[in-house]
Design a protein around this ligand. Structure first.
Ligand code: GLV
Ligand code: MG
Length: 298
């Protein structure tokens, strides 16, 4: 499975020491992860290891063994069930110690923080700000649902008894903290791995809000995730068109205009900012535009 993961079109791969590994299997899993990080060919993928959370007896040994064994071939540690900034501060200081001891650049190893309970969510701003190592805030829906006694077993899905999206507030709260502190916001897993249509429905909701991506637990979810968190071709083309048109109309040749019509739509500086977001997502996904802007006089 780990060999297969190396060739998949994912931006990141995370190797788990937490909930997917039984307590008695954790020591062997640490050794296995060290060797696949050192020996695998992960290309340009971000290489992440999820350690156990700080209420367990395993976190310290997880971090020491993984970073001592494979720190040079590791991009981030994912810390689950983060509840207060002190969890991040502990990891930051421990990583600094390890980097100093191992001769690695200080700050090389980033942190991904999973928000998985009410305390973590209430403290999410301070968690996001707790260290410059924090790169990503991740919603952990399964643990979160359990921690707030949500009356459902289908992670991330709408609930027939609730007239809205039960996850809206949680997702938005995480997104605001991530955007305030310039971090990535990532949605968590969808467990019914054979039901790709249901995965799509859940993924579309967090993508629409502005989340940057979502976990996939199975290669079958990957194409859907890549498609959903990238703009559609028509939105991407339209965003590039707005950027070119705005560039032209605000220039000397275009009349130094601030607000202009592009077809039936008025565009201004705020439109440019929205277009920049969509075009950046499209360019990052390697999309190519299928239309060009022609100035009216040409
Ligand atoms: C992921 O860790 C989750 O709890 O959903
Ligand atoms: Mg979890």
């Amino acid at each position: 499975m780990l060999d297969k993961a190396q060739g998949l079109p994912a931006d990141q791969v995370f190797l788990d020491l937490e909930d997917a590994v039984a307590p008695l299997a954790k020591p062997a899993a640490r050794k296995n992860i060290v060797s696949v990080l050192n020996e695998g060919d992960w290309g340009s993928k971000t290489r992440v290891v999820r350690v156990n959370d700080l209420t367990t007896p395993w976190t310290y040994t997880d971090v020491i063994e993984i970073v001592e064994g494979a720190g040079a071939n590791l991009d981030c540690i994912m810390l689950p069930k983060v509840q207060t900034p002190s969890h991040i501060e502990w990891l930051d200081l421990t990583l600094t110690q390890l980097e100093k001891t191992l001769g690695l650049p200080i700050g090389k190893i980033g942190i991904e923080a999973q928000i998985e309970n009410a305390k973590g969510l209430v403290n999410v701003d301070a968690i996001a700000a707790a260290s410059p190592r924090v790169e990503t805030i991740i919603f952990g829906p399964a643990d979160f649902m359990a921690s707030i006694n949500m009356k459902s077993l289908v992670v991330g899905a709408l609930h027939p008894d609730y007239p809205g999206d039960p996850f809206h507030y949680i997702l938005m709260r995480i997104l605001m903290a991530a955007r305030m502190h310039d971090k990535q916001a990532i949605d968590g897993p969808f467990l019914q791995i054979k039901d790709v249509d249901a995965f799509r429905e859940v993924a579309k909701r967090s993508a629409a809000l502005g989340f940057d991506g979502k976990w996939v637990l199975h290669p079958g979810q990957l194409d859907a995730a890549n498609e959903i968190y990238s703009p559609s071709q028509s939105d991407y083309d339209h965003a590039e068109l707005i950027l070119d048109a705005y560039d032209y109309y605000t220039s000397e040749a275009g009349g130094k205009l601030g607000a202009v019509m592009l077809g039936d739509e008025m565009i201004d500086e705020a439109s440019r900012k929205m277009a920049l977001v969509i075009s950046a997502k499209g360019r990052a996904a390697g999309m190519t535009r299928s239309s060009t802007f022609t100035p009216p006089s040409a």
